[in-house]
Design a binder for this molecule. Structure first.
Ligand SMILES: NC(=O)c1ccc[n+]([C@@H]2O[C@H](COP(=O)([O-])OP(=O)(O)OC[C@H]3O[C@@H](n4cnc5c(N)ncnc54)[C@H](O)[C@@H]3O)[C@@H](O)[C@H]2O)c1
Length: 344
């Protein structure tokens, strides 16, 4: 509350008292140097978070939607980052962040299983990823196995049968779990429909927990180390403004602390559990919100020190790092990928 009030005071001071509506940014499609405050009084990306007005920033170009274009594989890297021989399960991998993270895991050597409520989308994504791998690696000794599974992560029976199906199709092996299935909704707290709230927590919190517990049972039984990466959100640490989304924020705080708690509980079994907390990323989820509220984007971007929303590709390195042996001594951590939003 204090933060919002202080930001609004700063915004008013910059704009003058009569300029109450925040206009859309103009510097989002071309790479250009933009001044903090222009003569036309327009708000610039990151301006509220800078204290020295003489500093200008190079604004990165930004598309309207997430690019899911496969990224070329670079073969030379630290061995500990390799996921060769590992099987990764990604919930919510049919699209958005989950899809791009699946791609990152496959590019790094893993086989993958996509679990999604949208089974058709999952199958399409699995096919696209495999075709891309083949075209990029025509001489590869083997192509990755990428399977698709229709599943509702909020349902214990659905999760149980899906994990069993994945184990059958992947030689009884799961080494990595990434939980990206989740969603957000905006209602004023006093008007939030209770059934919607239960649905939200059912997917975001129960869904993360149920998948983790089911995969942990397998890892413990198999007596092999494993890595879990929960996709939380910066909303689990800060309160987004101006959109009201208290239950979502609380659900993501729960996801973050679930990662820490399970990290401690399962450390003795060699299972690491970490959280990635993305900031504002351009995906179908946020695009829908921004389409409904065009002024929001200017407001959001003005609060991000890097001066741009994240692209799904910005999560690729983070997820491979936490999934792989490169992060062997890291567990219970929260890695924020938010362009600096939460450090101010
Ligand atoms: N996009 C952002 O700016 C952003 C920021 C922070 C955190 N996140 C989090 O990242 C995750 C992915 O977000 P996204 O932007 O890629 O969303 P998205 O809507 O593009 O993708 C979510 C995927 O989850 C699937 N899904 C939804 N409910 C499911 C269920 N019950 N069972 C199985 N699958 C289900 C959907 O079918 C979809 O494929 C979410 O947990 C979200 O809260 C997103």
């Amino acid at each position: 509350m204090f933060r919002l009030a202080s930001l609004l005071r700063r915004a008013r001071a910059l704009q003058g008292p009569s300029n109450a509506i925040i206009p859309r940014p103009t510097a989002r499609s071309v790479s250009t140097t933009c001044p903090l405050r222009s003569d036309d009084g327009e708000i610039r990306p990151g301006q509220f978070v800078r204290t020295d007005p003489s500093i200008t920033v190079k604004c990165p170009s930004m598309g309207d939607t997430a690019s899911s274009k496969p990224v070329r594989r670079h073969k030379r890297t630290l061995k500990s980052f390799s996921l060769e021989g590992k099987v990764a399960v990604v919930t919510g991998g049919a699209r958005g962040l989950g899809y791009v993270m699946t791609q990152a895991l496959v590019e790094s050597g893993a086989d993958a299983a996509i679990m999604d409520l949208n089974g058709e989308g999952a199958a399409k994504s699995a096919k696209t990823l495999l075709e891309h791998f083949k075209s990029e690696n025509p001489d590869a000794e083997r192509s990755p196995t990428i399977t698709a599974h229709t599943s509702d992560v909020s349902s214990p029976t659905s999760v149980r049968s899906t994990i069993s199906e994945i184990l059958t199709q992947h030689n009884s092996q799961i080494d990595v779990l990434v939980t990206s299935a989740g969603f957000t909704e905006n209602f004023k707290a006093e008007e939030y429909p209770h059934d919607r709230m239960q649905k939200l927590w059912g997917v975001n919190v129960d869904g993360t927990y149920l998948c983790a517990a089911e995969v942990a049972k397998h890892m413990i039984e198999r007596k092999r180390p494993g890595s879990m990466v929960f996709i939380g959100s910066m909303s689990g640490s800060i309160v987004n403004v101006p959109q009201p989304q208290a239950p979502y924020n609380a659900s993501k705080a729960a996801v973050r602390h679930l990662a820490s708690s399970l990290a401690v509980e399962w450390a003795a079994h060699g299972i690491r559990v970490n959280c990635i907390s993305p900031g504002y990323m351009l995906t179908d989820l946020t695009k829908k919100i921004l389409d409904d509220n065009p002024d929001l984007k200017a407001k959001w971007v003005s609060l991000i020190p890097q001066g741009r929303m994240g692209n799904p590709e910005d999560l690729m390195g983070a997820v491979v790092f936490l999934a792989s042996e490169a992060s062997n001594h890291i567990t219970g951590a929260d890695l924020r990928v938010d362009g600096g939003y939460t450090v101010i």
